[in-house]
Write a protein that binds this ligand. Structure first.
Ligand code: ZN
Length: 150
């Protein structure tokens, strides 16, 4: 399979016009991620209100896979509770590493399944997972901070 086959139309659309690009002032969740094998980097910002993701933005540089995955991921995180977000990250990780299949009958997974071409390329799996792992890291730090406050 040629590398060009990885870049389906959905991926290219998100790469050319990524959703939720920007920064947030005083974000409750913030994390930076870097993918050494490809040079992708990403910053994720999120506001949490009433235990839910009220707003989420990202800024990044890198390959189409990493940036389009961040665009799709942030779209899908709106309105999720912290637990739902963590579960979604876990589910995505299982799918992108080939441990489980992408659901074929789910709206939520429809665009994400465009990424499944990367499964055979471990280096590309890192690109696709970068924003998800970065958000998880930010959520964990957010939870630790909140525990300390109590
Ligand atoms: Zn990459």
């Amino acid at each position: 399979m040629a590398v060009s086959d990885l870049y389906s139309e959905i991926i290219l659309e998100h790469y050319k016009e990524p959703h939720n690009v920007g920064e947030l002032d005083c974000p409750e969740v913030f994390a930076k991620g870097y993918n050494e094998s490809c040079g992708d980097d990403i910053k994720i910002y999120a506001q949490i209100k009433n235990g839910k993701v009220e707003e989420i933005k990202f800024k990044g540089k890198g390959c189409a896979i990493s940036q389009s995955s961040a665009s799709m991921m942030t779209d899908l995180m709106y309105g999720k509770t912290i637990d739902e977000a963590k579960e979604f990250i876990k589910q995505f990780t299982k799918k992108i590493t080939g441990e489980e299949d992408f659901p074929s009958d789910s709206d939520e997974w429809f665009e994400l399944s465009a990424l499944k071409g990367v499964i055979k390329f471990p280096v590309r799996v890192k690109c696709a997972s970068l924003s998800w792992h970065t958000l998880l890291q930010g959520i964990k730090e957010f939870e630790n901070k909140n525990e300390l406050k109590q």
